[in-house]
Design a protein around this ligand. Sequence first.
Ligand code: NAD
Length: 471
Amino acid sequence: MTLIDQIYIDGAFVTPHGTDLFDLHNPATAQVIGQLRMADAIDAEAAIAAAKRAFASFSRSTKAERIALLHRLADTLDKRREDLIEATIEEYGAPISRSAWMADYAVGAFRLAAQVLEAYDFTRQIGTARVTMEPLGVVGIITPWNANAGFIAGKLAMVIASGSTCVIKPSEMSAIQTQIVTEALHEAGVPAGVFNIVTGRGDVVGAVLSGHRDVAKLSFTGSTATGRAILRAGAESFKRVTLELGGKSPMLVLEDADFGAAIPFALNAGFMNSGQACIAGSRILVPASRLAEFEAAISEAIAAFPSGDPRDPATAIGPMVSQRQWDRVQSYIAKGLNEGARLLTGGEGRPDGTQGGWFVKPTIFSDVRNDMTIAREEIFGPVLSIIPYADEEQAITIANDTDYGLHAYVAGRDEDRARSVADRIVAGRVIINAAPMEMSAPFGGFKHSGIGREGGSFGLEAFLEPKAVMG
Ligand code: NAD
């Protein structure tokens, strides 16, 4: 049993004022593996005060100092790579290969921020005005459980690059991963108070950050419902916000698509991170003329995406993070059946050979209409919907007929045609034919998928505000 009973304030590990305990689980066994002593509102206040004190000097640090610091953070985090991978498997249930990717992504976030900072000019002349990009002050960072280290690192890296300071409130369900990340960041010798980590409940610690007058900006990744609550709470003190929220991303399989390539692309996009991904391509739009062919091919290909023990290198889909998440996914599978979608593969219950843990059968429905609940709401599990379409015009209409606009995917042989379809999709990012992610491109969503962008210079500017001096 692991006991996490310290938080990180003003450059030191301290015992929280809060005394409530939270059970940590191994999702592959559903067993309790540890406990977290949670921070409370008083801890959040102390962390904000430390970040405010640190801002006075850190906001005047030089670009070179911050670049060096970002590289040190990458180095110290990289040294804990194996520990982080182990914790991500144990506490989150991510398959081995995904856990390794997640650890490397977090390290890479610091290196990328250093590169962006290197190239960024904080001062420019506009007419007679000298315009400087100023750091905002204390930033409240609130993150979810589905990529704990990556979200902490990505946001913290840009806060540091900007010269701001922060208080981080990670998900309470990722406390072991957070502990490793915090120890690694501490090793880098960051000036006291520049970052503080107070893990506690969202409606306690998160609520203090969202409403506090001394917090200038909130950077949040999580559900659309919580994003809305944070936006309301921040309005009182005119907080700047970056909200990275949910998605219901379309995978448009065009008429000329090569299914040999399109199907692995669709399954990888749909089942990434065990389906617990905001950018999952969960609506697969298929030409009605090729529906039977597509169904046959995807039913066969799904064998390469087994759900099971995250420590088995062959596993593609790990367990859901919690009983609550398992129940939620099961309820959506039941809704799909009730609303008349046709089950192609998977279904309710646990996959054969698993027991105890929160495992879900990789599930694909066909004949889904875009007005069915499974096509409208984010499921956050390995459940995909095939939606047939008559022609390209209708495919684009269906793709855009959603409250969300985070991501989209297009598969097609004719690349010009695929690009012209991509241009008409309302989404923050579109990936054509499994092209690799460009990490320095902006990331974020249209509509209910959020406000603002992360990544690259757009991500840095999210923590800066222009100031013009004339004369
Ligand atoms: P969540 O919204 O329940 O929780 C996210 C964080 O917010 C947690 O740290 C939680 O403790 C905190 N929180 C909860 N209530 C709060 C409140 N009232 N005030 C302040 N903070 C509060 O989301 P989750 O279940 O942890 O994560 C899953 C969701 O995250 C999914 O909807 C998914 O789409 C979204 N997500 C989005 C992205 C993205 O970049 N767009 C990435 C990953 C996950």
